[in-house]
Design a protein around this ligand. Structure first.
Ligand SMILES: NC(=O)c1ccc[n+]([C@@H]2O[C@H](COP(=O)([O-])OP(=O)(O)OC[C@H]3O[C@@H](n4cnc5c(N)ncnc54)[C@H](O)[C@@H]3O)[C@@H](O)[C@H]2O)c1
Length: 311
């Protein structure tokens, strides 16, 4: 397997580190020549400043795209047309119709396409998913997510819904194993060009619900969720990966199994590209998340719920 890393900025440098550790990193590409050179030199691979020069010079099997959201569609489309397996950071595209186009292209060219919904690889989420699936604590009724952190002003192309809330939109669908029927949201902005606080309500069938609160205002980093089940409340922290279960009989904290979600996510992409396992985040799921983000923005602009017919 030969994998290239496109975008070695704040987050993409983590991909490059892991790909290098796994021995599959074959080149890096970044529009910023000093960053491209820094990481090319660090990992002893060739570096490029444009996708075209990368494609002309390198033979490779797959690519990680970790550039600003507004560039995802153009870069991913070029790579899929060249029959490369493609991992695009979240959100997969800015517009859901662009995501649908990528999905069709990947299907036609029989290559893997996925997006960086990393919480599906968080051991805490995997444990809660197992409990929900086996109904160990009864029926999952409600999910509550809190994702808060004072953010620097460098994200210019999207607001908090597309950048941050999408993680919880995806996790809610993953845990309920379903798509919402209705979306209602409120959002506003205090310090950024786009919305920097938002609360989104996703209504699933049988009145099940996910409430997603995100803001870029709170001075401390909070990333937590609660799963309200018929026989217990399960609380978890995405950062510490701790899970706490409160039942009628008392509180239980299962043994922690801390693993780096990014490593698990990258291994899944490599394995899926080799045809050895299924890709966990299917492109159609990533398109649904973008559709819900679009609906949440629209709902907060109009002040009304938005009904969707997602598959
Ligand atoms: N999964 C996660 O938890 C997570 C966390 C952070 C960021 N992200 C996602 O990763 C992506 C990048 O975020 P970031 O914080 O690393 O941004 P960043 O601005 O720090 O880095 C982006 C890099 O892409 C480069 N770039 C821009 N346009 C390019 C192009 N056309 N070709 C090649 N390189 C180009 C820039 O020079 C920069 O080095 C975003 O989609 C973001 O949503 C995901």
């Amino acid at each position: 397997m030969k994998i290239v890393q496109i975008g070695v900025g704040g987050f993409g440098k983590n991909h490059a580190r892991i790909l290098s550790q796994l021995g599959v990193l074959s080149a890096v590409c970044d529009a910023d020549s000093s960053r491209a050179e820094e990481f090319g030199t660090k990992y002893s691979v060739k570096h490029y400043t444009s996708i075209n020069s990368l494609l002309e010079a390198e033979q490779f099997d797959g690519a990680f795209v970790c550039t600003p959201t507004s560039t995802h569609f153009g870069i991913a489309k070029t790579l899929l047309q060249k029959r490369k397996n493609v991992f695009v950071e979240k959100p997969m595209t800015y517009l859901s119709r662009e995501g649908e186009e990528l999905f069709e292209l990947a299907k036609k060219n029989k290559v893997v396409l996925t997006s960086g919904y990393i919480e599906r690889f968080n051991p805490a989420v995997s444990l809660v998913k197992e409990y929900v699936k086996t109904k160990r604590y009864g029926e999952l009724i409600m999910l509550e997510f809190h994702r808060e952190n004072r953010m620097p002003l460098h994200i210019k192309d999207v607001g908090i819904i597309y950048d941050t809330s999408v993680h919880d939109i995806d996790t809610a669908m993953w845990l309920f194993d379903d798509v919402p029927e209705v979306i209602f949201a409120r959002s506003g902005k205090l310090r950024h060009d786009h919305e920097d606080f938002a609360t989104i309500m996703l209504g699933f069938k049988e009145n099940k619900i996910a409430i997603i609160s995100s803001n870029w205002i709170t001075p401390i980093r909070v990333r937590r969720f609660n799963a309200v089940c018929s026989d217990a409340i399960i609380s978890s922290d995405f950062i510490t990966q701790e899970v706490k279960i409160e039942t009628h009989g008392g509180t239980e904290i299962p043994r922690k199994n801390v693993e780096e979600p990014l490593l698990l996510e990258i291994k899944n992409f490599i394995s899926a590209s080799e045809g050895k396992e299924d890709i966990r985040v299917k492109p159609e799921h990533a398109v649904n998340t973008t559709k819900i983000a679009e609906a949440a923005l629209l709902s907060s602009q109009k002040g009304t719920p938005i009904y969707l017919d997602l598959k």
